[in-house]
Design a protein around this ligand. Sequence first.
Ligand code: NAD
Ligand code: UFG
Length: 365
Amino acid sequence: MKILLTGGTGYIGSHCALALLQAGHSVTLLDNLSNSDAAVVSRIRQLYQPQSAEAAELSFIQGDIRDEVLLERLLSTQRYDAVMHFAGLKAVGESWLQPADYYQHNFNGTLLLASLMQKHQLPCLLFSSSATVYAASATALDEQSPCAPASPYGRSKYFVEAMLKDLQQANPAFSVILLRYFNPAGAHHSALLGEAPCGTPNNLLPFVAEVASGQRDEIQVFGDDYPTADGTGVRDYIHVEDVAQGHVLALQQHQAEPGVHLYNLGRGQGYSVLQVIQAFEQSCGRVLPYRITTRRPGDLPSTVACADKAQQLLGFTARRDLQQMTDDAWRWQQQLQQRPVVQPQLSPITDKATTGQDGVKHEPC
Ligand code: NAD
Ligand code: UFG
């Protein structure tokens, strides 16, 4: 297949791009680089070593999903078999401060993309949704569990899901795949791809990694009075390479199957903040200082997936455990600090596709 992958140089998008290439699918990355680095394109290329001239191709376009002229031109000139849509904003706390930005990028951006896909009769859209759409629950969340997103970010995901279901109903030939991720964590085992948040990390794992590397003094544990075994928040962490594998399986299964296909991507196993810190201590070989602080507004005590549907219908199993997530996150963190910043040779915007010195084809936009 030939896949357009928005947000393709981001954390999850980059791992999915590599997994798609390795499964034999050609990938065009579209990203405005607002939260990622163009050097990621070269690293995907480095990891993907095509075995033959017939191999899948990788190309990159720097651009914004809200740019109608760009999308119109892209979708009218290229024939994609599916769009995997990762581009968007994702920080829960920031979404309270800048809700309009979240609705602009996440909702309006997706509406424009999906409308143009239908106009040009592209058959399939896979959307990055989130466990934040669910209401609080003391038990594992399955795909039928009630939804009650508790932040503008979560609501932007929930509204996009509802909008895509409406578009699909009006256009029954369309395939919509909704994947609700729980807590993606870790990095590629090569340590060439991973999460590189700008500024202070919002998420637990990247923050712990920066404490482990000495960039920050201590971890703040947001509350130890939750109704959980040790009082700290429990989440269902899933290795980002497993998340990527889930995307390949979902796409291969449903790309040509009209309808709405909804899956959780999790492991079905919860770990507390203190358990994550302990696992990271094993990975980096030192004790990590932490301090218990007040709860973070909007946090739920525990969020754990029921992962049965993806296992039964897609044959998906998240194989990598928490220790592997923290091992890979630590290896990535160490590489991140040592790596010189190398920018790939991006071609100027032209009418012709060109190949940069990094070997990556840059398409016209
Ligand atoms: P990320 O920030 O690393 O990747 C998103 C990418 O989209 C970035 O490279 C950014 O530059 C790009 N982007 C943002 N707005 C854009 C726009 N308007 N046009 C083009 N590119 C744009 O985030 P991620 O962790 O890889 O998340 C990917 C998707 O998965 C997001 O939609 C996020 O909401 C969703 N998700 C993430 C998590 C998580 O914990 N990481 C959990 C659930 C869902
Ligand atoms: N936590 C701390 N200290 C920190 C950061 C987090 O104690 O510095 C705690 C939180 O209170 C929570 C747990 O660690 O109990 C996990 O927090 P994260 O911020 O890593 O993850 P969230 O579950 O809050 O949210 C993440 C992503 C969302 C995504 C969601 C899906 O940030 O984008 O998972 O479940 F939608």
